[in-house]
Design a protein around this ligand. Structure first.
Ligand code: ADP
Length: 205
């Protein structure tokens, strides 16, 4: 069971990937989360993520290969944020051939731009436990995590300017990637405006 969730910024890839991974008891691999973790010790990477730029393929490809070959991936995984370029889609095929893996479904999430903007500008994450909050699931007390009481922060790349850039970067690359998977019969597209739990049924049907 290997699912790829794709879509522009704030289409809900993270939320849906989490729900799907928990339901299937497989890991949720988010390249964005992996890079943000690495950026805690890498100022240059931190600055580049804050500007909304894609990181070089050589860096992300190496991180991904190391991650998908760990033991916890034996029954599959949900991949969120990769591939983001055509070259990455080709690299993923190379890796899958090398390790005898195959994609179950590529799930494209689509939401109107206005909703993406609204979601992103209200999105916050707990500094302590990583719990996410947003317009559909606000915390009970402003800026305080319901789960652990930690402080909630916005991502440094969640600004209007950076978001516009990230949406454009997504659009520039998306067509080639989506065509690639459509030609292979692996692409399924979903309206991701509501009901994130539907991802489980969508994935299994
Ligand atoms: P979003 O989809 O909302 O932009 P992500 O958490 O998926 O958020 O990614 C955050 C940032 O991490 C991206 O804007 C980009 O800078 C970097 N990134 C994530 N995945 C990749 C990738 N596959 N290739 C290059 N850069 C990536």
């Amino acid at each position: 069971m290997i699912y790829i969730l794709t879509g522009g910024p704030a289409t809900g890839k993270g939320t849906r990937s989490d729900i799907l991974a928990k339901a299937l008891n497989i890991p949720h691999i988010s390249t964005g989360d992996m890079l943000r973790e690495k950026a805690q010790k890498d100022e240059e990477l931190k600055a580049s993520l804050s500007r909304g730029e894609l990181v070089p393929d050589s860096m992300i490809n190496a991180l991904l290969e190391e991650r998908i070959t760990r033991k916890d991936c034996v029954n599959g995984f949900v991949l969120d944020g990769y591939p983001r370029t055509y070259a990455q889609a080709v690299e993923l095929d190379r890796l899958f051939e090398k390790y005898g893996l195959s994609i179950t479904k590529v799930m494209e999430l689509v939401v109107p731009d206005e909703l993406a903007f609204k979601r992103i500008l209200e999105r916050k994450k707990c500094d302590n436990c990583g719990e996410q909050y947003g317009i559909d699931f606000p915390p009970e007390v402003d800026d305080v995590c319901d789960k652990c009481g930690g402080h909630l922060s916005i991502r440094t790349d969640d600004t209007k300017e950076t978001l516009a850039k990230r949406i454009n970067t997504y659009r520039e690359n998306a067509k080639e990637i989506l065509d690639y998977y459509r030609d292979k019969g692996l692409l399924y597209t979903y309206d991701a405006s509501h009901n994130p739990e539907s991802v489980v049924e969508d994935a299994l049907n």
